[in-house]
Design a binder for this molecule. Structure first.
Ligand code: TMP
Ligand code: ASP
Length: 267
């Protein structure tokens, strides 16, 4: 269909060369994997929803001064982002015991942590993303000490902001994973937030019922993953009540309609 060059295909996204140097197009697939792709499936409409949720979260984060790779959403499944040199770390931020932490320390899922934990995992499918210490990161030069300080500070700010954003819609932000990348300006480089933030890489529990609204539904064969992702988007105000992306999702149509409307749009 298109002649643009594919740069990389990951488990949930495809990256294409962008229209200008230094830009990339992120295409969001419906493919879902878990446990380092040992489990594979699809979640219908996931790509469309994650594209929209991630756009929303990255846009909100930039309003509080977090530098991100996000430039703009292009269509239902694609967004334009800045090309970065990805730092090979998965930065996991935790507020509540769950998932691999529950197994590692032998505590029940759902126990609130006395303070936020940040963990680092090496991004390596071959090695199954092992957990690493800051000493390893410095020793093997995956990131400098200054970069790690910026990453930890940003991770905490992202967490504070997202905890508030989700609690306002009755969702408990249990944990999530971030990725960061470097952008260069001559000899100078700085770290910005990259990848995506969506129910694929967050644990989101309904505050009232405890219901899981994230990829654990797929990982744990619980079913209802499509509805769960839609529910998060709906609560964030990104979907119509019938679950369709509709005009609310198609922002370009929304703007055109407002421009052409004979009366002033209501605030
Ligand atoms: P974990 O409890 O399995 O270590 O996961 C912690 C958080 O990180 C959880 O919100 C899911 C997210 N995550 C990813 O986004 N990608 C991964 O490869 C893994 C293992 C976790
Ligand atoms: N481990 C990732 C997850 O569970 C996905 C994968 O590696 O296939 O989110």
């Amino acid at each position: 269909m298109s002649r643009r060059r594919q740069i990389y295909e990951g488990k949930a996204k495809i990256l294409y060369e962008g229209p200008e140097p230094g830009t990339i197009i992120q295409y969001f697939k419906d493919d879902a994997t878990a446990f380092n792709a040992q489990k594979k499936g699809t979640i219908n409409g996931k790509g469309v929803i994650n594209n929209r949720i991630s756009e929303h979260v990255f846009t909100r984060l930039s309003t509080i001064g977090i530098p991100t790779h996000f430039i703009r959403r292009l269509n239902m499944r694609e967004q334009l982002v800045r090309q970065v040199e990805i730092i090979p770390l998965e930065v996991v931020v935790r507020n509540v015991v769950a998932g691999s932490l529950a197994k590692r320390v032998g505590l029940p899922e759902g126990e609130p942590l006395p303070h936020t934990l940040i963990e680092y995992y090496l991004k390596s499918d071959e090695l199954n993303d092992p957990m690493v210490a800051e000493e390893h990161i410095a020793c093997f030069n995956w990131a400098t000490h200054e970069e790690m300080q910026d990453i930890a500070a940003m991770a905490i700010r992202v967490n504070d902001f997202m905890c508030g954003m989700f609690s306002a819609i009755d969702i408990r932000l249990v944990d999530f994973k971030l990725e960061f990348g470097r952008i260069y300006d001559g000899d100078y480089s700085r770290v910005i937030l990259a990848d995506e933030i969506s129910p694929d890489n967050c644990r989101l529990w309904d505050f009232t019922t405890g219901e899981k609204l994230d990829k654990d539904r797929f990982r744990r064969d619980m079913g209802g993953e499509e509805e769960a992702y839609q529910e998060v988007a709906r609560r964030l105000g990104l979907l119509q009540d019938d679950g369709s992306p509709g005009e609310v999702l198609d922002m370009s149509a929304h703007r055109t309609r407002l421009r052409n409307s004979p009366t002033k749009p209501k605030k």
